[in-house]
Design a binder for this molecule. Structure first.
Ligand code: PEP
Length: 260
């Protein structure tokens, strides 16, 4: 079993005070279980530094929700990977469907971001996922193949240890609808086989593929127990410590069971 990885995407939520409080509650709530499961939180940019201070001396990792691919320069409103590293980020989410949908991020921009993060030694949660129309018309696999092919262009096999894929069907994000276990497992297997064909089987088998889309404590165990689901990228439920911790504890229970 690959080591499960649960990451919280806080999106454009939290105040400075609530971000620090939430991070503090996560730190306390995961005591003892970060031995079993990887955990990260991804606050909005202005809260990265204070949250990184709240996470100090814990194994909860810090991630950002986006970054620019250039290192510095005249890019008003943007934040570089080096800036993220400076404030303690180990992870960056790249290619989230909200970035693609609302900010027009293209596959080639996403690819430049992935490459820039790897170059600066930052780990990437690379998001892919199909819209409802795509799924209903049988285009899921072609959409995912295209996102993977373009987003991972020029990625070298030795960089894969810094890559996590998040499969997030757009129709399941923030909707309360989750992919069925069959849909999730089938799609994750498709992604892993695609990775094996593009890189090699051993590397593909080592890559963690998170599921994202309305993961809650009451559906986490079922989803995380699927053979090709290696964690969760959690939006709404990551904003409430009891819910986020419920998902992390479900992951820890599965890790314990698999170690027995
Ligand atoms: C997300 O935005 O990455 C996400 C999975 O959101 P939610 O859990 O709210 O569906």
């Amino acid at each position: 079993m690959r080591r499960l990885f649960v990451a919280g995407n806080w999106k454009m939520n939290t105040t400075l005070a609530s971000a620090q409080k939430l991070a503090g509650e996560v730190v306390v709530g995961v005591a003892g279980i970060t031995e079993l499961v990887d955990v990260a939180v991804c606050p909005p940019f202005p809260h990265l530094l204070p949250v990184s201070q709240s996470l100090a001396n814990s194994r909860v990792m810090l991630g950002a929700q986006n970054a620019h691919f250039e290192n510095a320069g005249a890019y008003t409103g943007e934040v570089s990977i080096d800036m993220l590293v400076d404030v303690g980020c180990r992870w960056v989410i790249i290619g989230h469907s909200e970035r693609r949908q609302f900010f027009g991020e293209t596959d080639s921009q996403i690819n430049l971001k992935v490459l820039a993060a790897f170059q600066r030694n930052v780990d990437v949660i690379f998001c892919v996922g199909e819209a409802l129309d795509d799924r209903n018309s049988g285009r899921t696999e072609s959409v995912l193949s295209s996102q993977l092919k373009l987003g991972l262009a020029n990625v070298r096999i030795e960089q894969l240890e810094k890559l996590v894929i998040a499969y997030e069907p757009v129709w399941a994000i923030g909707t309360g609808v989750t992919a069925s276990p069959e849909q999730a497992e089938g799609t994750h297997r498709f992604i892993r086989d695609w990775l094996a064909a593009r890189f090699d089987r051993v590397s593909a088998d080592a890559i963690r593929i998170q599921y994202g889309g309305s993961v809650k404590p009451d559906n986490a165990k079922q989803l995380l127990s699927l053979p090709n689901v290696d964690g969760a990228l959690v939006g709404g439920a990551s904003l409430m410590s009891n819910q986020f911790l419920g998902i992390i504890h479900a992951a820890a229970d599965l890790a314990r069971l698999s170690g027995e």
